[in-house]
Design a protein around this ligand. Sequence first.
Ligand SMILES: Nc1ncnc2c1ncn2[C@@H]1O[C@H](COP(=O)(O)OP(=O)(O)OP(=O)(O)O)[C@@H](O)[C@H]1O
Ligand code: SF4
Ligand SMILES: [Mg+2]
Length: 355
Amino acid sequence: MSSNASAHPDVMPATNPRAIQGAGAEPSLHDPAGAPGPAALQAESVSKHYQVRPAGWLARPQTLHALRPVSLRLDPGRTLAVVGESGSGKTTLARLLTLIEQPASGRIALAGQWTDDPSVPRKALQARVQMVFQNPFASLNPRKTVAAILEEPLQIQGRLGAVQRRDRVMDLLDRVGLSPTHAARYPHMFSGGQRQRIAIARALMLEPSVVVADEPVSALDVSVQAQILNLFMDLQGQLGTAWVFISHNLAVVEQLAHDVLVLLMGRPVEMAPAARLFAAPAHPYTQALLQASPQLQTGGQVVPVAVLRGEPPSALSPPAGCPFHTRCPEARTVCAESVPDLKDVGETRVACHAR
Ligand SMILES: Nc1ncnc2c1ncn2[C@@H]1O[C@H](COP(=O)(O)OP(=O)(O)OP(=O)(O)O)[C@@H](O)[C@H]1O
Ligand code: SF4
Ligand SMILES: [Mg+2]
């Protein structure tokens, strides 16, 4: 059992095999033993930038690179965790994967169908990926009953008749641990944990291939977090949904994820099976994140000391070379000169000149 299991006593470790390997020229999360069917989710070099105008009268618009090209593959029934400090691009990636925003480059496939295929209607693709947001208080319409909130995605997609829609509402309420009597109530009549259960039920109404959950438990009371995390794992076991799970809490990630992607200032810097990453984090930034995680000891091993020193650089004027070089205890001359490419080191893909 992992050393931090006591923090989440009723969270069971995920049982799926954990394996990632780089594939092809692009940095990529890939399960070599993967399912025979299409991946639940694939991203091919997706990136995003914004034009922003810094404060000041005469300031000229600048380009902020929120996400540099990222490629990944996620098979059905697996959970990919995305971690990184604030501003590292996690939500930006979530918004691209859920088709809420268009990438500046690259493309995405859901259950084998690519977003740039003109023969696939956008609405059909959108139904295959759903999002669970951080704040269940803000994400549910206060003027609608739970039944209306849950039925809405089916109505928008023009699926099922009224009776079947109602049956599905009842089925999902049951699956997320709520009762049929809750269907007629309004969101304000529920606790935070119950509201997040409603949000999860809504995300599953269309039987998506992938659910992207952006910090889904961080707004909840600690005592409720473990129940919701257990629910994620139960539902994955029942439905085979793939999850992208964004979290600051590495103890949670260790319990839940099969694979982990680490972002640093919009760049993927480490990709590994979760067991591998927590046992032997390769990138100095990953090591520092683990070191900074108060509840975590990696399997009793002492992680090499690499404290996150200093402030992260400005996203508008990132340093040349490795974006971690101003804070890295292992930095060397080349680190300030060139950005390291992702390369395979055993099971891990890592972008570091020292590896
Ligand atoms: N709509 C936008 N316009 C301009 N800049 C943006 C926009 N959205 C995000 N950014 C910038 O992109 C970078 C990545 O932001 P993002 O929200 O993806 O980070 P994050 O990893 O989710 O952070 P957090 O952990 O704080 O939620 C940040 O520098 C952010 O300020
Ligand atoms: S490339 Fe250099 S600065 Fe960046 S993490 Fe590796 S050793 Fe540190
Ligand atoms: Mg975010």
